[in-house]
Design a protein around this ligand. Structure first.
Ligand code: NAP
Length: 260
């Protein structure tokens, strides 16, 4: 077997809808061995189209070791734009192990006519921005991120998550909804109305999967406290799954594209 015909091993750092779409598209390719890496945040992840490994690598050194041990030919960082630690680890591990890296990064949403957005640099700032008067607040954040809201127990919080929030938020009034997205604008509109929500706290995640709540907030004229995106390492990046496929086809594995 020649060098170029050798099976190329791709590691996709995932946990997002895009990582899922990407691995579904790559699953049928010959001469590609794709592994999807998940942090292990959800108890029962959805079935995936490619083999999955779960759990942290042990920092950038651990990830670099994995890249070398598994003879990975290309690393795709398709994690969430707020997952800054793993993206930083990916950048340094790729450098240490000399593995080509491409980041798949969703462009942020931009404010549209009718949006009432307040930017918050940190979760603590978002807590502050809610103010002293009691409000009914939809926390559209991860389970790990809501703990600081315990500092403002006067509000009623609505929390939606895939797995139950355990331990629950240390406040007297919290409503928990367990559900797995994506959610449509209609579903989010109904949720916000049902719980008489007055304010939303959300990340500027970009993409379609979680945009419904912002459309619903616009229609209901609700203010949204939007958490600022974290700084991410400067690495080659693209915005779409199609562009990742093109990069893999032409830059990394020219012989693997189906029918090419
Ligand atoms: P993070 O703060 O950047 O990562 C914390 C640690 O979790 C990393 O240092 C790494 O541990 C481990 N980790 C994260 N993503 C991993 C992956 N895909 N595979 C293996 N280990 C991973 O990220 P996070 O906020 O915990 O997010 C975790 C996962 O949830 C990511 O895959 C992300 O795409 C997804 N997600 C995050 C958000 C969000 O807003 N943060 C939203 C939706 C989905 P080691 O250092 O030990 O390797």
């Amino acid at each position: 077997m020649t060098g170029s015909a050798r099976i190329k091993r791709i590691l996709v750092l995932g946990g997002t809808a895009e990582a899922r779409q990407l691995t579904e598209r790559l699953a049928g390719r010959e001469r590609l061995a794709v592994t999807l890496s998940l942090a292990g945040r959800t108890a029962q992840p959805l079935p995936q189209a490619v083999p999955v490994r779960i759990g942290g690598f042990g920092g950038s050194e651990g990830l670099a070791r994995y890249l070398r041990d598994e003879r990975i030919d290309a690393l795709i960082d398709a994690t969430h734009p707020y997952a800054a630690a793993i993206s930083a680890n990916a950048a340094s591990a790729a450098e240490i192990a000399r593995v080509p890296l491409l980041a798949l990064r969703r462009p942020p949403w931009t404010r549209e006519h009718g949006d009432i957005w307040v930017e918050a640099a940190t979760v603590a700032d978002a807590v502050e921005a809610l103010g002293k008067a009691p409000r009914r607040v939809f926390l559209a954040l991860g389970r790990k991120e809501i703990e600081p809201f315990a500092a403002a127990p006067q509000h009623v919080y609505l929390v939606r998550s895939v797995d139950p929030v355990d331990p629950p938020l240390a406040v007297p009034h919290a409503i928990y909804v367990t559900a797995r997205g994506p959610f449509t604008e209609k579903e989010d509109h109904a949720l916000l109305e049902r719980h008489r929500i007055e304010t939303i706290v959300a990340k500027n995640s970009g993409g379609d999967a979680t945009y419904g709540k912002l459309r619903a907030a616009r229609a209901l004229r609700l203010p949204v406290i939007v958490l600022k995106r974290p700084a991410l390492p400067e690495v080659p990046s693209v915005a779409t799954v199609e562009e990742v496929l093109a990069w893999l086809d032409h830059a990394i594995a020219p012989s693997t594209a189906r029918g090419v």
